[in-house]
Write a protein that binds this ligand. Structure first.
Ligand code: PHE
Ligand code: ZN
Length: 856
């Protein structure tokens, strides 16, 4: 038997702990290979619990001393297993006691980047979800909340932890966090760091010191993040009435980090890619992402920290809500329509894909083996869609009233989805039992629409079906808020937006008194995360694209025409319909529309999106054919609109100083779309000129991508010569070379790059750049019929897994669509999944992922 046979954890098994924690004191003697951690924890009996045993978690700890109320524990007074330590209740005092322990840990050996680890000579921590147990023995579960006091002993100049700075001296610092928090929000940073600093005064007059801590040399890349932080703080006061609650707010940039960033109380730790930015080194998309992540982590202070999750099954309670809040913020900051379309694109690309495959799971899962595997698009993004639906159903006023009630009723709590829904029920008097299905039922509902028109009456019929998902063969109907309007054939609005609540498997709706058959404008604002199965004719879609009052539906109509065109190219070898190209041209040439929106209308669906479209149409996707079809369509669009693209390219050129705001970014997006379409027609002369003269990374990278695609033999070396000193820019270099390679060369390009001296498995960003460049950036290359892409990925996942299971498991989702493909590819992918699963010493993370993919 394996030493550590993976256990499945079930939501239904939740029980409160036997002991609560009243106070935690920690003292660290930092050392790269031998850090000493002393803990002093005041435990208090939970009178509602049946048992009295003390259960502590612990992993990779060398225990030095343990004591209860000052009395050392002898070996027979506790039971130690690989990942736990139990003290039987009958050896413990009745109601309360003080636990003291000293342990030793080895940060340098910690390549999993969970717990206390080293990154470029600096100490840092990552404790969510279950990393604190690698620092000291503790009840590492989110419902145990306590104030922390942390003493750090080290010669390093900057020593940080959560809360307010209580004391500082020679080689030491003490931090005190008055707000009770679970251990997953603990953080510690120590290093030779520099800060850019600012201040913020909250609306009740609290003066807050703000710092962004970075490695020397990165100081010049913090201004944007600092500004985004201050805007987030103000926004949360204005929109949600939420104020910051400490005297200091620290952000630290770390190069080696598994995720985007982490909301540790008062001490957010960021992947440097999610905070550092300058016009020369960062694209407009990078700026937008940084702004969203800064906001996201800051907003967690209330949705996640002050109110946390009772257990990890409730993860969406903090993540869905916080994503929704950061999306609101970005919409307010950058324009709601374009933001919404971007969010829907990402939801479909990641969450719909997940929901349609073997890894599908409810937004609130019922069981897991490794919780790190559930930081998914479903929990985050579908979780956010649920909040959006709730807001639409109850209306804005009730929504913010319910949120206020949530904040006042549950401040300091470890809460559940039931608690969250209850504040809405109490505010509105509405029974939300049916709505709760969004949390418990996996799979994307498919809504089929048919309609008829007779004697001035328009009837529309909806039928909803949610397909089976692993463990959930039968589904109930969902409460789907369908925002819809009606458009007249001339493009004017016949009926304004109304929200129809679909609750039954079949439902119909009638509109009387219409002069002509209207065009339905459905799922306005993408009011629910569903797949709409509706096939209006070409003219109806063209009318919606040209005239609908809802920008999402307008974009969606164009996108549907494009998908239809690609599908016809694939299945009937049809050339793009000139009428389609004209409709697209009209939208692209419409100067009354936001350039960012026009760029989105001109963008093509991803290869993965078309592959899913094939599956929906009952066709086995051929990745190579999809690649060629999309490329051919891009050329046709370029041919058809050469004049417009030439004009746009010239007219949108700008000498204005770079600003990463929505207005300028939108213009650059449209201009760079024009560049892309013109490159095959002008022998890449514009791209070459733009690459050589660009003064910002957005323009340089767009030109770089065009030149790589055009097969320019020098550009990769030129880019490297210019940027080899900048890690974040070099990640783009690694990624784009694989993504833009001819599919047949993509795997060998990726292989060559893994031999580059700057390639390293230790840095998740760099590893992801190469692997993601292949799996996400070059699907036709990844799915090369030889199976070389599958072998390459599996080999590297097995290697990475031994060092960093969490990131290996995440990247394994490249295989989650394996059942979509032809029998040969399925066999090749299954073989690789089995090879991974058969590996000796495979992590729980990757074992769970591969077995779910094989079984699902
Ligand atoms: N809680 C973090 C966020 O959503 C994500 C995260 C999870 C980071 C686990 C690290 C580890 O912002
Ligand atoms: Zn989050």
């Amino acid at each position: 038997m394996q030493a550590d046979a993976p256990q499945t954890v079930h939501l239904a098994d939740y029980t409160a702990p036997n002991w609560w924690v009243e106070k935690v004191e920690l003292a660290f003697d930092l050392h790269p290979t031998a850090t000493r951690v002393r803990s002093k924890i005041r435990f208090k009996r939970n009178p509602d619990a049946a048992g009295r045993d003390l259960h502590l978690d612990g992993e990779n700890l060398s225990l030095i001393t343990l004591a209860v109320d000052g009395k050392p524990l002898t070996n027979n007074e506790y039971r130690k297993a690989d990942t736990s330590l139990t003290v039987p209740g009958d050896t413990l005092p009745q109601d309360a006691f003080t636990w003291e322990a000293e342990v030793e840990i080895n940060p340098e050996a910690n390549t999993a980047l969970e717990g206390l680890y080293m990154s470029n000579g600096m100490f840092c921590t990552q404790c969510e979800a279950e990393g604190f147990r690698k620092i000291t023995s503790y009840p590492d579960r989110p419902d145990v909340m306590a104030p922390f006091e942390v003493r750090i002993n080290s010669d390093l100049p900057v020593l940080l932890s959560n809360g307010n700075h209580a004391e500082r001296g020679n080689g030491m610092s003490v931090w005190s966090d008055p707000w009770p928090k679970p251990a997953y929000l603990f953080a510690l940073v120590a290093g030779d760091l520099v800060a850019i600093s600012d201040r913020f005064t909250t609306r009740s007059g609290r003066d807050v010191a703000l710092n962004i801590w970075v490695r020397r040399g990165d100081e010049g890349k913090c201004a944007f993040a600092m500004d985004a932080l201050k805007r987030s703080m103000r926004w949360d006061e204005e929109v949600y009435g939420r104020e910051y609650d400490l005297d200091i707010f620290n952000i630290v940039a770390v190069d080696d980090f598994n995720m985007g960033a982490m909301e540790n109380k008062g001490l957010n730790i960021f992947n440097s890619s999610a905070v550092l930015a300058s016009p020369e080194t960062s694209t407009d998309d990078n700026f937008a992402r940084i702004e969203a992540i800064i906001a996201h982590e800051y907003f967690h202070n209330w949705t996640g920290n002050r109110i946390t999750c009772r257990d990890w099954f409730q993860l969406c309670l903090k993540e869905g809500l916080t994503v929704f809040r950061d999306q609101q913020f970005s919409g307010d900051t950058r324009g709601a329509a374009v933001e919404r379309i971007g969010n829907v694109l990402s939801l479909r690309a990641r969450q719909f894909r997940e929901d349609a495959g073997p890894l599908a799971h409810p937004v609130r899962p019922e069981s897991f083996v490794e919780i790190n595997n559930f930081y998914t698009a479903t929990v985050y993004e579908k979780g956010a869609e649920i909040i959006g639906m709730l807001k639409r159903l109850v209306g804005d006023d009730a929504y913010y009233k319910a949120c206020d009630l949530y904040f006042s009723r549950h401040d300091g709590d470890a809460a559940t989805i039931e608690d969250w829904l209850k504040v809405f029920e109490d505010t509105t008097g509405r029974d939300l039992t049916g709505f709760k299905r969004w949390y418990t039922q996996a799979g994307t509902p498919r809504v089929t629409v048919t309609d008829s028109f007779k004697d001035g009456t328009y009837q529309i019929d909806f039928e909803q079906v949610t397909p089976p998902t692993p463990g959930q063969p039968d589904k109930e109907p969902q409460l789907i808020p369908m925002a819809m309007g009606l458009i007249n054939p001339d493009g004017s609005e016949a009926r304004p937006t109304q929200v129809v609540e679909l609750t039954e498997a079949r439902q119909s709706l009638r509109f009387d008194g219409l002069d002509a058959r209207p065009i339905p404008s459905l799922l306005r604002g993408f009011s629910a995360p569903v797949i709409l199965d509706h096939s209006p004719g070409f003219n109806d879609r063209a009318t919606l694209l040209a005239h609908d009052t809802d920008p999402f539906v307008r974009w969606e109509a164009g996108r549907a025409l494009t998908r239809q065109t690609v599908m016809a190219m694939l299945t009937d070898r049809a050339a793009p319909d000139p009428a389609y190209l004209d409709a697209l041209h009209m939208a692209a040439a419409n100067d009354t529309l936001d350039p960012a929106f026009r760029a989105l209308v001109l963008s093509l669906p991803s290869q993965d999106d078309i592959a899913q479209g094939c599956v929906d149409a009952g066709v086995v996707p051929d990745p190579t054919a999809i690649h060629h079809a999309l490329k051919a369509l891009g050329r046709s669009i370029g041919d058809h609109m050469e004049g417009l693209f030439t004009t746009l390219y010239d007219r949108l050129a700008s000498d204005a100083p770079y600003r990463p705001d929505a207005a300028q970014s939108g213009k650059r997006a449209l201009r760079n779309m024009a560049l892309r379409r013109l490159t095959p027609r002008d022998e890449a002369t514009r791209a070459r000129a733009q690459f050589d003269t660009a003064t910002n990374m957005t323009d340089q990278l767009a030109a770089f991508a065009c030149l790589l695609e055009a097969g320019d033999p020098q550009v990769a070396a030129q880019f490297e010569a210019q940027w080899h000193g900048d890690r974040l820019v070099m990640d783009k270099w690694f990624m784009l070379q694989v993504a833009q390679a001819e599919p047949k060369d993509a795997v060998s390009r990726a292989e060559i790059l893994t031999e580059h001296p700057d390639f390293t498995m230790k840095n998740p960003n760099r590893f992801r750049a190469v692997m993601g460049g292949l799996t996400g950036g070059n699907p036709a290359g990844f799915h090369d019929p030889s199976g070389a892409g599958y072998r390459f990925l599996a080999t590297w996942l097995i290697r990475l897994d031994a060092a960093n299971p969490q990131t290996a498991a995440r990247l394994s989702t490249a295989f989650e669509t394996w059942k979509r493909y032809d029998a040969d590819r399925q066999t090749l992918m299954r073989t690789e999944l089995e090879r991974i699963l058969d590996t000796d010493g495979l992590s729980r993370d990757l074992a769970e992922m591969t077995s779910r993919m094989l079984e699902g």
